[in-house]
Design a protein around this ligand. Structure first.
Ligand code: NDP
Length: 416
């Protein structure tokens, strides 16, 4: 879709697309920052979820937001909504399948764009940035900014790496990103964000970056998967599995001199057993099958059976701990730092009615929008978070519920 000559932006207006677990946090946090987000629009595929969020926002913060329906699979429909509400920025927290359609619509209307997950085609469990990086020249020409992957991981983890480089090191050599959910809820099995996207991510082949190459290892639930016990601050020792995560793709490109990068996520045995069973009986397949004369995609059926991640919030307790262990050099001396955030499920529920995974994913894109709307981040084209100044972002994030700690740490061994 080509861009028109006209820009449909109004300063201080935001359009949020997606009203799930993450979208709810985004809408609440925008309402809590009413001085920047003067007009808030929330749109999703159907109106029930946006309207429920609108009601809660009015009750908690006394702020009126406007709600809409849009099918964001279609750029034309998103563009029509943008022309109606005229936002300065669109925050896309629908699903990765909609990224390109929403980017197209932003291009057509010359409106800035932010998301938290990179594009993924529906019929293939594969995600990478190439599709979205391809918009760089068009966004430059249109004079607008796209900020990709501005959730927690990707997002804050990218900013953590940029911050390490800015504050402590001349070059960064090794990065280990560690993501622990040490929370417990009252469901037998549930995913913490959209089940379909989550299961596609965790069942794939694992890759990590080593000396310019992507080294493959087995998926987390298979024999031979790589894992070790890491002693997380506050949460304590947890079994952590090597996983491929999208921020590694952009960080490998944007961190000069990087030699090795790995991503680790905690999984419990109960979760892994469920993954194995789902895979062995074929219920997590994403190709259509015939069922009683109809085509159904087993994964979509499974999603309908699993708990809505937003519904976990009520009885969730415990913490999330997400951060980066970074080894680098300064003036020829090598040392290691650990930068991380601790977030509490019960506290985020008290604040905005959401669990900590939705919260850690939903606050950062709001702060990214604030950076853009206040001119602290500027530029034309398509950016990953590590390409932008991490300091005002991390400071504002800390003031909005997600503080960080930096401590000295031992490097993780090269071989685990
Ligand atoms: P949910 O499934 O809870 O919510 C998705 C929302 O998008 C729902 O309101 C859904 O509507 C809506 N939606 C889906 N398809 C369309 C469409 N075609 N048009 C308009 N709206 C649509 O997901 P989450 O809130 O858990 O996750 C949202 C995003 O956040 C995902 O992309 C996920 O990958 C990302 N994420 C990023 C993280 C990070 O740290 N970077 C961490 C966690 C999540 P309906 O309810 O009608 O289906």
């Amino acid at each position: 879709m080509a861009s028109s000559n006209k820009s449909y932006q109004t300063k201080g207006t935001v359009l949020i697309i997606g009203a799930g677990g993450v979208g709810s946090v985004v809408a609440h946090k925008c309402a809590m920052n009413k001085d920047v987000f003067k007009k808030i629009h929330l749109a999703s595929r159907s109106i029930a979820k946006p309207n429920a969020i609108k009601k809660d926002i009015k009750k908690r913060w006394g702020v009126n937001i406007e709600t809409h329906t849009v099918d964001a699979d279609f750029a034309k429909k998103v563009a029509a909504l943008i022309k109606k509400v005229k936002p300065e920025v669109v925050i896309n927290v629908a699903l990765p399948y909609q990224d390109l359609a929403i980017m197209d619509a932003c291009l057509e209307t010359k409106v800035n764009y932010i998301d938290t997950a990179n594009y993924e085609p529906k019929d293939e469990a594969h995600f990478e940035y190439s599709w979205q990086w391809a918009y760089k020249k068009q966004y430059e020409k249109a004079g607008i900014m796209a900020i990709l992957g501005a959730g927690f991981d990707p997002g804050v983890t990218n900013a953590y790496c940029a911050y390490m480089l800015k504050k402590y090191f001349d070059t960064v050599k090794y990065v280990d990103i560690l993501d622990a959910n040490a929370g417990s809820h009252d469901k037998g099995f549930a995913t913490n964000f959209n089940p379909e996207i989550n299961l596609r991510e965790v069942t794939q082949e694992v890759k990590h970056y080593d000396n310019g190459e992507w080294v493959k290892t087995p998926p987390v639930m298979n024999e031979g998967s790589v894992h070790f016990t890491f002693d997380y601050p506050v949460a304590g020792p947890k079994d952590s599995y090597l996983l491929f995560h999208e921020e590694m793709e952009s960080l490998a490109k944007n961190l000069p001199g990087l030699k090795r990068m790995r991503f680790w996520m905690t999984f419990g045995q109960n979760y892994l057993t469920h993954l194995r069973v789902m895979e062995s009986i074929g219920i997590s397949r994403i190709d259509p099958i015939d069922f009683q004369g109809k085509k159904i995609v087993p994964m979509e059926f499974l999603k309908a059976l699993l708990p809505d991640p937003a519904s976990l919030a009520t009885n969730y307790s415990g913490k999330t701990v997400i951060g980066c262990i970074v080894t680098g050099e300064k003036d020829g001396k090598e040392f290691t730092k650990y930068i991380y955030n601790v977030c509490d499920h019960a506290e985020t529920f008290k604040e905005v009615g959401s669990q900590a995974i939705s919260y850690t994913a939903g606050v950062p894109p709001v702060i990214a929008a604030m950076m853009l709307m206040t001119g602290k981040w500027s530029g034309k084209g398509v950016f990953n978070v590590e390409e932008l100044d991490p300091e005002p972002f991390l400071d504002t994030l800390a003031q909005n519920g997600l503080p960080y700690e930096v401590v000295d740490h031992e490097p993780l061994p090269a071989k685990i």
